[in-house]
Design a protein around this ligand. Structure first.
Ligand code: URA
Length: 258
């Protein structure tokens, strides 16, 4: 069922100086990787498919595990169905609204971030997750795989102490390992509430909320304002846009994004 989007998004537009284009320089790749990049299954399972003779390249059944092909030039079939050519990669930045899930489906039927996207022909995936009740910068792309610093604007009730800030800076112990060190800069601290910016490099589940819990505070508002070199800027909640060419380039430099 297609759900209604929260609001009409800002008109998305491709990067200014050149539109998304097909991957230049088609290259030889392992067939298992092509099958997985095409979203059919994991690389490991693709190996099983190959072993069991379900994969044909240019009319020949390939069964060797390291089989290679050129996606877009060779005809690759799985169970008799051809894998379509690779689609152009796109990168979108969305200001995620409250109340949306960063998965591709939700058993409880809650709204998905991808429901907000209109006129985006490719299937895009959120890079990492923001909680249902977190707002802010969410990168969506056709091929997600990154580990980059993420910056949040965090609001908690009450005044946070210097001691708690220092504990957060050093890193706190969480179920599943240490949070790692954190950059923190206060925005406003009053008796009623504290607002600060916090940059983490790991992406553990509910990491910011759990870190604050570990120092005795509950997060009352959380918005991601930075992801790698990207900043949310004045993108309104529920709006999204294509990344500019220089933003894509800077992300590529930072994380070897393809
Ligand atoms: N940390 C959290 O606790 N929640 C998020 O959504 C993102 C980071």
């Amino acid at each position: 069922m297609k759900r209604k989007s929260l609001r009409k998004p800002a008109t998305p537009r491709p990067p200014r100086d050149r539109p998304p284009k097909k991957d230049a320089g088609r290259q030889v790749q392992r067939v298992n990787s092509i099958i997985s990049s095409a979203g059919l299954t994991s690389r490991r399972n693709a190996d099983n498919w190959i072993k069991s003779g379900r994969v044909i390249v240019n009319g020949r059944v390939v069964t060797e595990p390291g089989a290679q092909a050129v996606w877009g030039a060779d005809r690759i079939e799985v169970d008799g169905r051809e894998i379509p050519e690779p689609s152009p990669r796109i990168y979108l930045m969305l200001n995620k609204p409250f109340g949306y899930i960063c998965s591709l489906k939700d058993p409880q039927g809650r709204p998905l971030v991808t429901d907000i996207l209109e006129d985006i022909p490719q299937r895009v995936y959120p890079v990492g997750r923001l909680d249902f009740d977190t707002l802010g910068l969410l990168l969506l792309t056709t091929h997600p795989r990154y580990r980059v610093p993420r910056t949040y604007k965090v609001t908690i009730a009450g005044k946070i102490t210097d001691q708690a800030l220092n504990r957060l800076r050093k890193g706190v112990r969480l179920k599943g390992g240490s949070s790692g060190s954190t950059k923190l800069s206060p925005v406003s601290l009053s008796e009623k509430q504290s607002v600060f910016r916090m940059t983490i490099t790991q992406g553990k589940s509910r990491q910011v909320r759990r870190m604050l819990e570990a120092v005795g505070h509950e997060v009352i508002h959380l918005i991601r304002i930075g992801f790698g070199m990207l900043t949310l800027g004045n993108l309104k909640v529920g709006e999204y846009r294509y990344l500019e060419t220089d933003e894509i380039a800077s992300m590529k430099k930072l994380v070897g994004l393809v």
